[in-house]
Structure formats: C-alpha cells, structure tokens
Design a binder for this molecule. Sequence first.
Ligand SMILES: CC(C)(COP(=O)(O)OP(=O)(O)OC[C@H]1O[C@@H](n2cnc3c(N)ncnc32)[C@H](O)[C@@H]1OP(=O)(O)O)[C@@H](O)C(=O)NCCC(=O)NCCS
Length: 181
Amino acid sequence: MRERVAATDGLVLRRWRAEDAGAVAIAFADPLMQGQSVEPVDSVRAAERWTADRGDRWDAGSAYSFAVVDGGDHVLGQVCVGPVDRRHAVGWVSYWTTATARGRGVASRACGAVARWAFDEAGLFRLELGHRVNNPASCGVARAAGFAVEGRQRQKLAYDGVRFDVELHARLATDPEPAPR
Ligand SMILES: CC(C)(COP(=O)(O)OP(=O)(O)OC[C@H]1O[C@@H](n2cnc3c(N)ncnc32)[C@H](O)[C@@H]1OP(=O)(O)O)[C@@H](O)C(=O)NCCC(=O)NCCS
C-alpha cells in the first residue's frame, strides 16, 4: 500500500510527520474545526499527540490518515479512511482543509484520490461518510468525489446543546469515477 499518493493539480497525500504539528495546531484553531477531533487539539503538544496517534492507527491498520500537502509540502488539510471494517471491506471517510486552502477544490480532489487509493490499494469495497445538513461545503466535497447520497439520520449529533441531522453518502468500488470538475 502506497503511503504517498499524487492527486491532480500538484496535490500530494502522504503520512503525517512529527514536524507537521505546528500546522496541525493552526488548522485546529479555526472555529469551523470544532468537533473534528475527539480529543481537543488546542496546543502544539496536543497536535504532536494527534500526529503521533495518526501514525499509530496507520500502523495498526485501523485508520489511514493522510496529510494533504502542496508541491512545497505545506499542509493544506487531511483526508482519512477509517475506522476500517475489514470483514466487510468498508471504511469511513473524513476530511478537513485549512482555512486558507478552502474554496479551490482541495478537499474534493483529495477525497477523490483517497477513495481511489482505498479501493485499489487498501482492498476496500464501500466507503461511507456523513456530514451535518448545515455543512453544504462538506456535501459538495462528497458529491464531487463521487459519493452518492444514501439517506438522512435524524438528529444524530449534538453540539452545544443543539441536535443536527446527518446526511449519509457512500461510494462503491464499482461506482463510476466522478467527472473531473
Ligand atoms: C468542508 C471542507 C473540508 C471543504 O473543503 P474545501 O477544500 O473548501 O472544499 P472544495 O473547495 O473541494 O469544495 C467542495 C465543494 O463544496 C462547495 N462549497 C464550498 N464551500 C461551500 C459553502 N460554504 N457553501 C456551499 N458550497 C460550498 C464548492 O463549491 C465545491 O462544490 P463544486 O465542486 O460543486 O464546485 C472545509 O470547509 C472544512 O475543512 N470545513 C471544516 C471541517 C469540516 O466541516 N469537515 C467535514 C466534516 S463532515
């Protein structure tokens, strides 16, 4: 399984490194990133633990988290396949981009590239993801990366005392490759 994947337009997916912790801490300081990690990532130390934990999970085969970087190796975001259910060859996909990298197709291209990797190299058949219904950008990423809408989970998530519906998407290894945008 490759640990470095070239996506279109110079984007690269690669494993996280300890020296990414500063960029990770900045990324998680964005209010939109609230809820993107179970453990708060609110300091460089916490970001160091976060990057180390990504490596541990990769080595254990439970989740494959890639840093999304540009040609200069600057961190633009993350895409992750995991948790992985090997018995059924199913993986959960998640992603985020840094505030300055948004709105130029980074997440869509990275999500498409990690899906191809998951089918071709990680041996998965079905990839799932979900987003709050008030997150149209995440829905746009899912659609652009070929994840069809499968349904809505009512009031699944609670943030600050408010419950949110979640829309589920999935892409199968046998689905057609999405048209390039
Ligand atoms: C969601 C997120 C990953 C999108 O990243 P991005 O790199 O800006 O995404 P892209 O540029 O690839 O845009 C994806 C699509 O969403 C659309 N989009 C982007 N922002 C949007 C917005 N605020 N409202 C509606 N659509 C939006 C884009 O137009 C694009 O659609 P298109 O392909 O039809 O043109 C980013 O906003 C983020 O990190 N948010 C915080 C964390 C998060 O919500 N993660 C997802 C959790 S489910």
